[in-house]
Design a protein around this ligand. Structure first.
Ligand code: ADP
Ligand code: G6P
Length: 471
């Protein structure tokens, strides 16, 4: 087994197996913010990415992707049920997102979570050369830092949480709260999206584990664990280059034509997830049509909602409800050849997404809670002519960076309707000023700045940060 000086560990690898129209198995880039952030960073860096390729049974052997070694971890049917769909996505995901859906607690899920975390820790230990840096990602793997340190004290270990970290009142519900905190504290550096999350973590370390803790460091058995906020980002240059490509410009023109050359296009792009506020947004939009504020001929809404975690009941219920609502709205307000909402559940390649962003006069990103929301950043990056309006939930991590967006509380239906109406009536000069401000911010705080900030803190020598952000 070849070993690397940098090992990234995440539940999800950047590829997902899917079935092509002819029935053959094909690999494509998996949707989701974690992969979007890490994929451009790791290109052409000699590193190993340890993760799950999406199926059940023996791990498929994957060839290197852009020079990065893929080390696949197998998950059985039972692991997927109890670790991925169970503890990770029915307990932790809802709990960490303000409990917008009820978190579910089952003892057998915890056993699976421990077992799978151990398997990831073993895989990381195998892949790491002596003294290597191992960078563990997200809520599926919160025990891995501690398990890995127990086997390999020679490693430099980082952990980054892509989702929100909840306030103590919520986290205290977790039956296994002490074990999870201890697991994360196996790292040398624990990173969060926002300073509030680091504060919540420090409070919990003091309250549950009785450790001396500030918002910057926690003392654990003679070690110092650093904690801090590192808001994740995207590869702005890549998205800008895509958005400028002549074929993407032509495709955007074609899309607008296909939509009936309306005055306004409103776009939303989400994983089909109850945290994304899709139902609230649809309701606001349909009320705007019913009230006469929006005419279907002039204003077109495009909702892209790629199915996600499809065997988890809460996700199935959501999809049914969204599809019923889209059907109702189109039945009531659409005409032949003129639907009120264009609803798409397909996977799109990056160029098609860039074309969609180019077409969108208004981008509606209104999650009920979101660690960051990289779709908002992709939209800003794609608006190379400084036009376009971002309507953004206050509860997305991105809101802390994009003060120039039209910010909104997605729980407040009247507020959401009002904000969408204001966006539809905004003056081009005001929109341009706002977009320029957001683009300037994003340019400074792109994915390389994120990696540089995090890795410089993790590895004081600066060697790793320099290697990863050189391109
Ligand atoms: P999350 O991490 O919760 O999925 P983000 O907005 O941070 O939310 O990231 C979603 C990522 O998935 C973005 O990079 C977006 O471009 C990508 N994505 C969303 N929908 C699709 C789709 N239909 N096809 C391909 N990629 C998608
Ligand atoms: C979010 C999570 C990621 C996850 C992604 C897609 O971005 O933070 O860890 O990979 O959603 O979800 P999935 O369940 O398909 O991996």
């Amino acid at each position: 087994m070849r070993q690397s000086s940098l090992v990234v560990v995440s539940n999800r690898l950047p590829v997902d197996d899917s079935v092509a129209p002819d029935g053959a198995c094909e690999w494509r880039r998996s949707p989701g913010g974690l992969v979007t952030a890490l994929h451009p960073l790791l290109q052409h860096v000699p590193a190993t990415w340890v993760g799950w390729a999406g199926g059940t049974g023996p791990a498929p052997a994957l060839s290197d992707i852009d020079g990065v070694r893929m080390h696949t971890v197998p998950l059985s049917h039972d692991d997927v049920r109890n670790h991925y769909e169970g503890f990770a996505n029915s307990t932790l995901w809802p709990l960490f997102h303000d409990a917008v859906e009820q978190p579910v607690y089952h003892r057998r899920w915890w056993e699976a979570y421990q077992r799978v975390n151990q398997r990831f820790a073993d895989a990381a230990a195998q892949a790491a050369e002596p003294g290597a840096t191992v960078w563990i990602q997200d809520y599926h793997l919160q025990l891995v830092p501690g398990l890995l340190r127990a086997q390999r004290p020679d490693l430099r270990i980082g952990f980054f949480l892509h989702v929100p970290f909840p306030p103590p009142e919520l986290f205290m519900q977790l039956p296994r709260r002490a074990e999870l905190l201890n697991g994360m504290l196996g790292a040398d550096l624990v990173g969060f999206q926002r300073a509030q999350a680091a504060h919540n973590f420090a409070q919990l370390a003091a309250k549950v584990l009785n450790l001396p803790a500030t918002d910057h460091r926690i003392a654990v058995q003679g070690r110092e664990v650093q904690i801090g906020a590192f808001p994740v980002s995207i590869d702005m240059t890549e998205m800008e280059a895509l958005a400028r490509r002549p074929d993407v410009v032509a495709r955007a023109r074609q899309l607008r034509h296909d939509l009936g050359d309306p005055q306004h296009v409103i776009l939303s792009v989400d994983r089909m997830d109850y945290t994304k506020g899709i139902e609230q947004r649809l309701k606001a939009y349909s009320e705007l049509i019913a009230d006469g504020h929006v005419k279907v001929r002039d204003t077109v809404m495009v909702q892209v909602a790629i199915p996600s975690r499809e065997r988890v009941e809460q996700y199935q219920v959501l999809r049914d409800r969204v599809e019923r609502e889209v059907g109702r709205i189109n039945g009531e307000f659409g005409r032949v050849g003129e639907p009120a909402i264009h609803y798409l559940t397909q996977h799109f390649d990056r160029a098609e997404l860039a074309a969609l962003y180019r077409v969108a006069d208004i981008m509606a990103v209104t999650p009920l809670r979101d660690g960051m929301n990289l779709v908002a950043k992709e939209y800003v990056a794609a608006r190379v002519d400084d036009s376009g309006i971002l309507v953004l939930s206050e509860f997305a991590g991105a809101a802390a960076e994009f003060s120039q967006a039209y910010q909104v509380n997605p729980h407040d239906l009247d507020g959401l309707k009002l904000t969408l109406t204001q966006a539809l009536r905004a003056s081009p000069s005001d929109s341009t000023n706002r977009m320029r401000g957001m683009r300037a911010h994003l340019r400074k705080h792109d994915i390389r700045a994120w990696a540089r900030a995090y890795l410089t803190e993790l590895d004081e020598t600066g060697t790793l940060a320099a290697r990863l952000t050189a391109t």
